[in-house]
Design a protein around this ligand. Structure first.
Ligand SMILES: [Zn+2]
Length: 250
């Protein structure tokens, strides 16, 4: 099959390119894994330009744990355990810290919960929840939140709509915000090009690469407005919350 349906907007998504499974983000720092021999095809939407690898739609949690999020994952994402969590905590404190008394924060896809712990240490009402692998805790039991963060989550999910469903139902009305990071491919994955951008890396679990347009479209489908602060940081919201005013100065 060389045509798929875009997982974000539903438009036709022809195959775009094929890369080796071991293509990793560390190639950006000059480190290359040996080729695996496992070919991973990516399709690219003709509408919103979301670029995704259809193969992963049929993977189970167990497949992801064995082949991607295994003991070697740290080698292709050395910053994920600690350094990035500290940076993200600092970032949230800078943007929202003075309003933390007004915030009930959830870090969605928060892995081992380091970010939420760091924020708790700074007097935030913060919890972490990771839906992967299958989490016995029911997220609905946590209540609702006015600030939900999702750092480096969007590019990892095989079902963007399901992820959004999960997050949006936890939002508290009406002044609420989803603050998230994922790098958009605008201008870096081109028509008539190849998938050579370092961020498109199956070994890192980067299986769905967004554009500004695909993020905007995804938000609209869930009744959310979208704004961006550069290539990596983005927000969805209903009414722009007064406690997020700091973002408008970026
Ligand atoms: Zn699309």
């Amino acid at each position: 099959m060389n045509f798929y349906k875009c997982l974000v907007c539903g438009h036709a998504a022809p195959l775009y390119d094929v890369v080796d499974f071991n293509k990793s983000c560390e190639e950006n720092r000059g480190h290359f894994l040996p080729l695996s021999g496992h070919a991973v095809y990516y399709a690219r939407c003709s509408g919103c330009k979301y670029t995704f690898a259809p193969e992963f739609s049929s993977w189970t949690d167990q497949d992801f744990l064995e082949k991607i999020y295994n003991a070697d994952y740290i080698k292709v994402d050395p910053d994920y355990l600690d350094k990035r969590q500290q940076e993200n905590a600092n970032l949230l404190n800078n943007f929202f810290g003075i309003y933390r008394m007004h915030l009930r924060h959830l870090d969605y896809g928060g892995g081992n919960g380091t970010l939420a712990r760091l924020l708790q240490g700074a007097q935030w009402d913060s919890v972490s929840y990771d839906p992967f692998p299958q989490n016995p805790a029911q997220i609905e039991d946590f209540g609702r939140f006015n600030l939900i963060t999702a750092f480096e989550v969007f590019e990892h999910v095989p079902e963007p709509h399901r992820m959004m469903d999960n997050i949006v139902k936890l939002l508290d009305e009406p002044d609420c915000m989803i603050f998230f990071s994922t790098a958009v491919s605008d201008g870096l994955i081109k028509d008539n090009g190849r998938l050579d951008w370092w961020y498109a890396a199956p070994r890192n679990g980067h299986i769905g690469i967004h554009t500004t347009q695909s993020l905007k479209t995804l938000g609209q489908m869930f009744g959310l407005k979208y704004s961006s602060m550069g290539r990596s940081f983005h927000v969805y919201y209903r009414n722009f919350p007064p406690w997020a005013e700091q973002l408008t100065k970026v």
